[in-house]
Design a protein around this ligand. Structure first.
Ligand code: ADP
Ligand code: MG
Length: 621
């Protein structure tokens, strides 16, 4: 390969994102500096860890810091770190492409959004990192050398589709980013990033807690000045930290541009000392339900950054919680594997979970609007906890909100449901399915509606699983209205007689499709419905598993008939009187098909079904 200048193209997604930056859809341009300092700080963290883990690494770690430099004449601002740096491949990989999951979806939404404010919101949720430099610069130059390597790399771009890379001989260890600032905005020189006070102010506001010194040459002084206090926010008493500071810190750890919904600041004393500063975001990240979703808690040991995405500290269902845990008595060298088994870490994790759930409960009790946002954004993830985390099942059930037939507009808690249960109702009734309207209109609902019993309407895929696993609430069984026998207290009524022959005949006739045919107590207006046994998986779950590529043995369910429906009584009479086998058989097929359709199921042979139906209809005219 030549040592000359090579011109490369940005990856398509990166190009589109850059376009947005160049045309500056975000109004608060100051944050580009936070992004650069955050990257520099990460690079210093990484170098410190590498040098601990890899004794062979030849790197200078004696004075790790970030340095800022302005040049008024040339209108440049430079951010320099002596951290881990990047190899040539890394520059191309990390700066030339975006590996973040959800990029495609974000860009699609941005294209569709006509509203500038909504676009800003979207892009803010995504976090644009290094590319935000193109909001203020028309050319960006990056010179970097990976610690332990001899050759450096120079990267340059105007953010317009391509960039250049070339090898350089004399690059210092770490990364130097130089912004060639756009011409000054005459309307407000607020955007003059070459003035010392402006830079100082931005650093103070956004990056004060950064653990490494951020230095800048001061006018009239020989020594550069350190701009940040480097005080770890989590180590300060809550009473001394302003909300503003919490929010900026949150934005630093989360890459979010919006303020958090709630803050959890706690410390543990005694045998195992730690401090935790956690945040509940105000919106879900794009990748919340993607395979590669990461956990948002970072681990520090005595103020030293150890790792991101610390799974040992927070369970999967709370993966959206962001923040920092500083544990005082761990080795700096600790690995993820050892961490998972560390007893004390397990104790910390337990306390964090309880505290987060208590915070949600408090929101629920005292800040209804915030809780509503929380549940809308994270409810689906939290419900996974009902399956994952048996220890906290009760606490999770307390903060769950569910749709119900009680009120179409708002959700209910399980507690609220139980309190509304009329005398004589012994179970918490629910139905799972793909949509609210499907559930509400399903024949299974009829008798419950007639009785005035409330039914929970569960439409999230995860609902299918937790209801089974949880089994009961407050001593009352959770009972699917589409499963098992229902006893609506109407058992006193007489069991209709004279259907035995019909049931036996239908059972045989439809034997390939259903396990049993029986009379129903849950129907008032429909002729028939299909129900599962207590432990059968539901049709929605069956579909879900199939969609995930899992083998599911076909489940035969039960056909229930409404003994008061004219179609059923008519069929009985016809069968008793020895009607033509073909006509009866077709009627049985239609009856079963209608029951399937009514619950939103799929017919095996839709063409045949509509032909039979059309023939019948034609005869009625
Ligand atoms: P993010 O920080 O969210 O990963 P950025 O766009 O800010 O996204 O940066 C992209 C990647 O480029 C970083 O993850 C990092 O690997 C690399 N990078 C950026 N700045 C530096 C730096 N100063 N030193 C080393 N690597 C850097
Ligand atoms: Mg970054």
């Amino acid at each position: 390969m030549s040592n000359g200048v090579e011109t490369l193209e940005f990856q398509a997604e990166a190009r589109q994102l850059l376009q947005l930056m160049v045309h500056s859809i975000y109004s608060n341009k100051d944050i580009f500096l936070r992004e650069l300092i955050s990257n520099a700080s990460d690079a210093l963290d990484k170098l410190r860890i590498s040098s601990l883990v890899d004794k062979e690494l030849v790197a200078d770690t004696s004075d790790l810091h970030v340095e800022l430099e302005v040049d008024k004449e040339r209108r440049t601002l430079t951010v320099r770190d002596n951290g881990i740096g990047m190899s040539r491949e890394e520059v191309v990989q990390l700066i030339g492409t975006i590996a973040k999951s959800g990029t495609g979806e974000l860009l699609r939404k941005l294209r569709e959004s006509q509203d500038a404010a909504a676009s800003r919101e979207l892009i803010g949720q995504f976090g644009v990192g290094f590319y935000s430099t193109f909001m203020v610069a028309d050319t960006v130059t990056l010179v970097t050398r990976r610690a332990g390597q001899s050759e450096g790399t120079r990267w340059e771009s105007t953010g317009e589709g391509t960039y250049t890379v070339e090898a350089v001989e004399d690059a210092p260890q770490g990364t130097t980013v130089t912004l060639h600032l756009k011409p000054e905005d005459s309307e407000d020189n607020l955007h003059d990033y070459t003035t010392e006070w402006k830079i100082r102010e931005i650093v103070k506001r956004y990056s004060d807690f950064i653990a490494w010194p951020i230095r800048m040459a001061a006018e009239g002084a020989d020594e550069p000045r350190t701009l940040n206090s480097m005080k770890a926010l989590w180590a300060r008493p809550r009473s001394e930290v302003a909300d503003e500071e919490y929010h900026e810190f949150y934005k630093h750890v989360s890459h979010d541009w919006a303020d958090p919904l709630d803050i959890v600041h706690m410390r543990g004393e005694g045998v195992f000392e730690y401090e935790a500063l956690l945040f509940i975001p105000s919106h879900a990240p794009f990748d919340l339900f993607m395979q590669e979703a990461r956990r948002g808690v970072q681990l520090y040991v005595k103020r030293v950054f150890i790792m991101d995405d610390c799974a040992a500290l927070i369970p999967h269902y709370l993966r959206f919680v962001k923040g920092v845990v500083d544990a005082h008595d761990l080795s700096l060298n600790i690995s993820r594997e050892i961490l998972q088994q560390d007893r004390q870490i397990q104790v910390v994790r337990r306390r964090l979970v309880k505290k987060v759930l208590a915070t949600v409960r408090d929101m629920m009790a005292n800040h209804a609007d915030r809780y509503e946002t929380f549940w809308r954004e994270f409810g689906r993830a939290v419900k996974e906890g009902l399956i994952e985390d048996e220890e906290n099942r009760e606490a999770i059930l307390d903060v769950v909100s569910l749709a119900s037939t009680h009120d179409a507009e708002s959700l209910t808690t399980l507690r609220g449901y139980v309190e509304r249960m009329p005398e004589g109702q012994s179970a918490v009734y629910y139905m799972t399915g793909e949509s609210r309207s499907m559930i509400e209109n399903s024949p299974h609902m009829e008798a419950f509606r007639a009785k005035g019993y409330e039914v929970l309407v569960l439409t999230d895929p995860v609902d299918e699983i937790w209801v089974d696993r949880v089994g009961e609430f407050d001593g009352k069984p959770l009972q699917s209205i589409a499963k098992g026998q229902v006893d609506l207290g109407a058992a006193q009524e007489e069991r209709p007689e004279g259907f035995d022959a019909l049931l036996a005949w239908l059972g045989e006739r439809l034997g390939d499709e259903v396990r049993e045919v029986r009379l129903s107590t849950r129907l008032t207006t429909s002729p028939a419905c299909i129900v599962g046994d207590e432990h059968d998986i539901t049709p929605t779950l069956e579909k879900l598993y199939r969609a995930m590529g899992q083998e599911v043995p076909p489940v035969k369910r039960i056909l229930e008939l409404n003994p008061t429906h004219p179609l059923v009584t008519g069929l009985r009479t016809a069968q008793e009187q020895g009607g033509a086998d073909e006509v009866l058989g077709e009627t049985a097929e239609l009856l079963y098909g209608m029951a399937l359709l009514a619950e939103g199921g799929d017919l095996k042979d839709p063409a045949r079904f509509s032909r039979l139906l059309a023939d019948r209809l034609a005869r009625t005219l």
